[in-house]
Design a binder for this molecule. Structure first.
Ligand SMILES: Cc1ncc(COP(=O)(O)O)c(C=O)c1O
Length: 359
């Protein structure tokens, strides 16, 4: 069986060695005669899995002890609510920057909990640009600033980390672990797992310990980061299988050489695809060059009538999940960590061949 080339935006491809290992251990994990899914999350064997996953992430991202690492549920979407509940009191204002569909969703959720100042938005450009920070209108009384460094749908990525005086909160769902970052620049970062971390069902939150203990009194225990930190992310039953697989993904990344090596591979992959697009009159990418995403590459064609043919022919040669989001149209290739360079080569070959036949 050969696996298909999977460009899904999420849940996304997982590294094959991780899946093979999980398959081999599926019925009899750690020689205990049961699956990892069938043991207590409080058993020493499973606690070890959780601790190792956290330790591995801390090594990969150089996360210091000043930060708590939390594995939560509810996806990144629940953090859109958890952020204001943990970091702002009723009546306090917050800043949000809107550069695409996900930061817009975060804005809509944030507005349920208090007054939000939109410090900057690129909606006017169809979310194809990142507003330069010197034009942002921040609120001097805001308790934090929220933004999304990589917009998965538009394929728009910040090429800078905002420099501000209040805690910086980042939705890193589709960029986390794609390259090294300096965690110390952030108050909080969070990410749904189902792209570069592991299977769906987990959300990673890395939060500076100084920001714990500020949650509103009415914040549900399950949304209070301090509750999670005080209970090693086991206030209730965690999604154990997802956590186990996540640990395997982190181990795979470490064995590969860590995030520097991953970044080099990701740059090669994205570079090949953007190069093809830029050297063609047939395909185009709408995003300003400096803000193009390393992970999510939308590409459209002037004549979108051929898009269904493109997708059908691509699927026939096992290039899967290339349909663009309905708000952008065209196609989108997500090139997360587990998407192999050979898959990008196969996509580029197909695109060139398609252009020759239909251009
Ligand atoms: C940038 C970004 N934020 C948030 C989400 C929502 O994540 P979840 O489905 O885990 O709630 C996604 C999902 O694709 C995303 O790409």
């Amino acid at each position: 069986m050969t696996r298909a080339h999977n460009f899904c935006a999420g849940p996304a491809a997982l590294p094959q060695p991780v899946l093979e290992r999980a398959q081999a251990e599926f019925l009899n994990w750690s020689d205990i005669g049961a699956s990892v899914m069938e043991v207590s999350h409080r058993s020493p064997a499973f606690m070890e899995v959780a601790q190792q996953a956290e330790a591995s992430l801390r090594r990969l991202m150089a996360v210091s002890d000043d930060y708590a690492v939390l594995f939560l549920q509810g996806g990144a979407s629940l953090q859109f609510a958890a952020v204001p509940l943990n970091l702002s009191a009723p009546g306090q204002s917050v800043d949000q920057v809107v550069t695409g569909q996900w930061s817009k969703k975060a804005l809509l959720e944030g507005q349920r909990f208090g007054s939000v100042n939109v410090a900057a938005t690129s909606e006017g450009s169809g979310f194809t640009t990142v507003p330069p920070q010197n034009g942002w209108q921040v609120d001097s009384s805001a308790t934090y600033l929220h933004y999304c460094p990589n917009e998965t749908i538009g394929g728009l990525e910040f090429d800078f980390v905002p420099q501000i005086d209040v805690p910086l909160v980042a939705d890193m769902s589709s960029t986390i672990l794609s390259r090294p970052i300096d965690v110390n620049q952030f108050g909080v970062l969070y990410a749904g797992a189902q792209k570069n971390i592991g299977p769906a069902g987990l959300c990673l939150v890395v939060v500076h310990r100084e920001l714990l203990g500020r949650a509103r009194a009415e914040a549900p225990a399950m949304l209070n980061w301090k509750t999670a930190a005080d209970n090693d992310s086991m206030y209730n039953t965690p999604p154990t299988f997802a956590l186990y697989l996540t640990g395997l993904v982190f181990e795979w990344l470490e064995n590969l050489g860590g995030l520097e090596e991953m970044e080099a591979i990701n740059r090669r992959k994205a570079g090949k695809l953007y190069h093809l697009i830029d050297n063609s009159d047939f395909y185009s990418n709408p995003v300003e060059t400096v803000s193009r995403s390393l992970m999510n590459v939308p590409f459209t064609r002037a004549d979108d009538g051929l898009d269904p043919v493109f997708l059908q022919e691509a699927e026939a040669v096992r290039l899967l999940n290339l349909k663009g989001h309905r708000s952008v149209g065209g196609m989108r290739a997500s090139l997360y960590n587990a998407v192999e360079e050979a898959s990008v080569d196969a996509l580029c070959d197909f695109m060139q061949d398609f252009e020759q036949r239909h251009g």
